[in-house]
Design a protein around this ligand. Sequence first.
Ligand SMILES: Nc1ncnc2c1ncn2[C@@H]1O[C@H](COP(=O)(O)OP(=O)(O)OP(=O)(O)O)[C@@H](O)[C@H]1O
Ligand SMILES: [Mg+2]
Ligand SMILES: [Zn+2]
Length: 384
Amino acid sequence: MSTPTAEQLTAALATVQDPEIKRPITELGMVEHLEVDDAGLVRVTVLLTVSGCPMKDTIDRDVRRALAGVDGVTGVELTLGAMTSEQRAELQTNLRGGKPAKEISFAQPGSLTKIFAIASGKGGVGKSSVTVNLALSLAKAGRTVGLVDADIYGHSIPAMLGIADSKPTQVEDMIMPVPTPSGVSVISIGMLKPRRDQVVAWRGPMLDRALVQMLADVYWGDLDVLLLDLPPGTGDMAISLGQHLPNAEVVVVTTPQEAAAEVAERAGTMASMLHQRVVGVIENMSFLVCPHCGPSHQLELFGSGGGERVAATLSGRFGYDVPLLGRVPIEETLREGGDTGKPVVDSDPTAESARVLAGIAEHLDGRGRGLAGRQLGLTPSDRF
Ligand SMILES: Nc1ncnc2c1ncn2[C@@H]1O[C@H](COP(=O)(O)OP(=O)(O)OP(=O)(O)O)[C@@H](O)[C@H]1O
Ligand SMILES: [Mg+2]
Ligand SMILES: [Zn+2]
């Protein structure tokens, strides 16, 4: 057996991505030292972006696995180090690609990222459940998905995705979104607080700064889709979002009853006033399948017609079609999925609620734009 070459080893290391930045570690200046002796023992030093990086174990495992797969490698001695602040500053400059700080790339004219803000009139209608399931469905379809939990009251997204206690890694003043096992990158406004149990009265300028931070200071990379879970109602967050991401499209979630529909219409109208397009309405908790009769008997616990009504009202108001995208039934499996951090489209994909939500994701995905399947004609280094 011949000794592996530096090229072979570097090529193997290039298959290892930083789990947060989602780029090869070889391109990020993370491989500091690499040598191999005549017996095929590889000594490698990999620099983490910060010491105590939460993704340490993943990198450790991936590096060992990649090197072990090279012909002639008999052993791997891996040292994990941490970048110096100079190295971090250099990485940050690289990732930014010379662009100034505080620029929201998604709002730039050439951006290919589709943005969907999930809005509702009132709380508790299932906005966050809808958001995580749409995100996961899109990720399953091969899209690169980012999720911003901008709900200042609840910020329940991390728990619903099983990353409740995760803190984002910070590289200088750039924040790395938290990756989920399902491939969605997440930032929650709750993660910006020093402590989880801290109560912050998010208002006006402070809330605006938090939103800009989540959009501009977070290294999202090239996303196909960005989803935002908005706080219920028509408050400061909706206004800030309208100012910073006028190109966001809005999905309105409502429950079937009259009173919910009325406030949902207001949330939709607010989006339109801010020049955002409302792309559709999702009715949640539409019915419960009768435990005795089965699917032929739907119990309408929360009334009926809300989704249709919001869709019709908004279509009339805006002069374009705002369709009802789907009706999601009440199912225990959906609630369980949220409670256990495994959304229903993953944990029970054949459940009716999962099928409806996956179908809505497919519909939204089909509405043009996005990076997927496009030939961009960029060399890897241009993508920084
Ligand atoms: N279709 C459904 N079937 C069963 N349970 C549901 C359904 N939709 C939502 N739930 C449950 O209802 C509760 C509220 O849902 P969720 O947190 O998604 O709503 P929300 O609109 O984001 O609420 P909030 O305003 O508190 O953020 C959760 O426990 C969730 O699991
Ligand atoms: Mg919520
Ligand atoms: Zn029945």
